[in-house]
Write a protein that binds this ligand. Structure first.
Ligand code: SF4
Ligand code: MG
Length: 326
């Protein structure tokens, strides 16, 4: 079976802004990859290229073995049945003039599927039930619901077409902290039951611990590390990943207290004019001469990849925590 998603050297430039600059990533069927990075790293742009809300500047997007990079509008319809997206802010992504039932049923209508009204209502009710909402919610308007309920509606709409791949773009970060965990758990349960592949876009590494099989870390439009969740959490190789992990809150208070934060200093540089050599060098506590002149190669390491001059194929890797004053 072909992979759910293959990205080959994906590039998305907006005029002079190099939002995505050569991202390669594979997600096998039924697997979850978390795409992690700060806001402004380009991860949402990757998601929008996959669902073809954006047409990439270069590179290849392959969905279940089909090249969809430059599909025409008409052919995109087919593609849209295979992949769905849930956005960060359900208030902005749900049409306020549409009843919830029509919102959820919309993908069925757009895909040209003929269906009696009764069948459609039954499908919508079943889908609402699956995300923990009662059937009568179908007759309400989105603004009558809470933020958490609205995000459940978005998830129902995304899954009604039984996609092979779900893009979840910061699905909980606009929600009250009190409901974030329940929506994440819902997504994890649905993924387990339905078996869709998922690109889970997040800036929050602690959200990844329960949902992702694999992790890809993005910095200023490029991937700096990839690996299995266990591998990345236990032995992060790239200084940026190490710093992100040191800053992520942990559920376990003992491990949390043993944590030493790593100071990253200045804000993310602009994608208009990314630093030469290694793009992370302006914030890397370990940067040295070569980092300014030479782009680090993507070094293969145990089941993954890291792009840093200090990472060696034999497993040698830097440790930014050792550089911090205690
Ligand atoms: Fe830091 Fe240099 Fe490695 Fe980049 S290549 S992460 S600047 S040590
Ligand atoms: Mg974003």
């Amino acid at each position: 079976q072909p992979n759910a998603l293959e990205l080959e050297d994906l590039v998305m430039h907006f005029g002079p802004v190099r939002a995505v600059d050569g991202v390669s990533l594979t997600i096998a069927r039924g697997r979850v990859t978390a795409l992690v990075g700060e806001s402004g790293s380009g991860k949402s742009t990757v998601g929008r290229c996959v669902v073809r809300l954006l047409e990439p500047s270069a590179g290849v997007v392959r969905l279940a073995g089909t090249d969809v990079t430059h599909l025409s509008r008409r052919r995109l319809r087919e593609h849209r049945k295979k992949v769905s997206i849930v956005f960060q802010d359900p208030a902005g992504s749900l049409d306020p003039r549409m009843l919830v039932g029509d919102v959820v049923a919309e993908p069925l209508r757009l895909s040209g599927q003929r269906m009696s009204r009764r069948d459609r209502e039954a499908r919508v009710a079943a889908e609402l039930g699956r995300v923990g909402l009662r059937a009568e919610v179908a007759r309400r308007y989105p603004h009558e619901l809470s933020g958490g309920q609205r995000q459940r509606v978005s998830i129902a709409r995304a899954l009604i077409s039984e996609p092979m791949l779900l893009i979840a773009d910061e699905p909980t970060s606009a929600l009250d902290v009190s409901v974030q965990a329940s929506v994440l758990n819902l997504l994890a349960d649905l993924q387990g039951d339905l078996g869709f592949a998922c690109l889970f876009i997040t800036h929050d590494l602690s959200a990844v611990e329960y949902l992702a099989d694999d992790i890809a870390v993005m910095y200023l439009g490029q991937l700096v590390e990839k690996g299995s969740r266990e591998q990345v959490f236990a032995r992060p190789a790239h200084p940026y990943t190490q710093a992100l992990l040191a800053a992520a809150p942990l559920a376990d208070p003992v491990r949390q207290r043993q944590r030493q934060p790593v100071l990253l200093g200045d804000d993310l540089p602009s994608a208009l004019d990314p630093p030469s050599g290694c793009r992370f060098r302006t914030r890397c506590p370990l940067a040295f001469d070569r980092c300014a002149t030479e782009v680090p190669a993507q070094v293969e390491i145990a089941g993954g990849m890291a792009a840093c001059h200090l990472v060696q194929p034999d497993g040698t890797r830097p440790d930014v925590r050792a550089t911090q004053p205690s």
